[in-house]
Ligand binder design. Structure first.
Ligand code: SF4
Ligand code: FES
Length: 383
């Protein structure tokens, strides 16, 4: 442990599992796009609060020493950091596989080449839709779609594996078949079709984004068919929405079990949306080592394992399958992160999800666009 870092009291109630294989590093909350479904907190870290290059380099080395194999360099927009090539090289030198999760609009062929030279192993490019007018309207960035198309081409030409990520919702889901075709045309290896998860900015925009049940069922049929048709050509990951579920997802593979997230300001979170929770004092890499935080911090222990669970989870045979679902969703819907995830039909709060049918059947309100400084007083219209 670095000398100036303070050790945490080491009396964990639940023994820490092996450290995760991958770590999400949010290098900056700054982003030229303003997607209304962003999972970042509605109070974003401003540029001046970002941890410096040397601290990130130490974090990469600590992660590698713990057994982490892969880092996802994300944001906001990670390319907003001028020291990204230096960070990429440091992660690579630490022996970590590097995945850049980017909107792509700040990159060009020359900047991509610098990152490849610094050790970039994989690119995950987010797209908003298949046609520019709606894609640029969703992202709140004119000309963004055209830049993404260019970047996809450069990545494939550079021989770097490419994943395309589409966050899907009521206002783009009908393009799903075309999204799949587009990935084939690009030469992408993998497509992630992720229904919006309603925390952070996405919760503020839920009424604009919630798909109808018919849209969801159609999308699931399309993905199922494409997975068979494109086996060996395109891998498709599919993240389903909780609001029409009977049982919750195993969010993060269980709190404090498989996932580490470092925020731009250096806070370490058990999930990327955890800053939406109140009553948590998240530990910081400026004060403690990553391994110490993983093993001993109160925040990571709070919902680790099954001892914290209320009934009916405590006596449920799925408790070590879904680990009680999502703490952020329980908090977002009930105000209490320790309640049963309302996505579970056995939850006393399950009826709260009926809002999905109501909101998806109503005229969508204008988007509230994501921006540094928090929720604006009034929605902003683009396009
Ligand atoms: Fe999962 Fe709890 Fe529902 Fe059982 S009762 S399925 S453990 S959320
Ligand atoms: Fe935070 Fe599910 S997103 S626990």
């Amino acid at each position: 442990m670095t000398a100036e870092l303070a050790p945490l009291p080491s009396k964990p109630a639940v023994a820490a599992p092996a450290p995760p294989l991958a770590m999400l590093c949010e290098l900056s909350h700054r982003c030229p796009l303003q997607c209304p479904y962003c999972s970042n907190p509605t109070n974003l870290d401003a540029g001046g609060t970002e941890i410096d290059t040397a601290t990130w380099v130490r974090v990469f080395n600590e992660a590698a020493a713990m057994g982490v194999l892969q880092v996802h360099l994300s944001g906001g927009e990670p390319t907003a950091r001028k020291d990204l090539p230096e960070l990429m090289r440091a992660a690579s030198d630490a022996g970590l596989y590097t995945n850049l999760i980017t909107s792509g609009v700040l990159l060009d062929g020359a900047k991509l080449a610098v990152l490849v030279d610094a050790g970039l192993n994989h690119v995950q490019l987010s797209m908003q839709d298949v046609e520019a007018p709606n894609a640029d309207r969703i992202g709140g960035y004119a000309g963004g779609h055209a830049k993404k198309l260019e970047l996809a081409r450069w990545v494939v030409e550079a021989g770097v594996p490419l994943t395309i990520n589409f966050v899907v919702h009521r206002q783009n889901l009908d393009s799903l078949e075309r999204m799949i075709e587009m990935c084939i045309e690009f030469g992408a290896q993998r497509l992630e079709v992720a229904h919006v998860q309603y925390y952070g900015w996405a919760l503020a925009n839920r009424a604009s984004l919630m798909p109808t049940r018919e849209q969801l069922e159609r999308a699931t049929e399309i993905v199922d068919a494409a997975r068979i048709r494109l086996k060996g050509v395109l891998m498709i990951d599919y993240v389903v929405p909780d609001y029409y579920a009977h049982r919750p997802k195993s969010c993060m593979g269980g709190w404090g079990r498989q996932f580490l997230n470092v925020t731009p300001a250096g806070k370490v979170l058990p999930c990327h949306a955890a800053e939406s929770l109140t009553g948590f004092d998240f530990p910081n890499v400026m004060d403690h080592s990553l391994a110490d935080i993983w093993a001993n911090s109160e925040v990571f222990q709070r919902f680790r394992g099954t001892d914290w669970m209320p009934e009916p989870c405590r006596s449920c045979d799925r408790k070590e399958i879904d680990w009680g679902g999502c703490r952020c969703q329980a908090f977002a819907l009930t105000g209490d992160a320790a309640r049963v995830d309302p996505a579970c039909q056995l939850s006393p709060d399950h009826a709260l999800l009926d809002v999905a049918q109501i909101e998806s059947g109503s005229e969508p309100p204008p988007y509230i666009y994501r921006r540094i400084g928090g929720l604006p007083g009034a929605p902003v219209k683009v396009g």
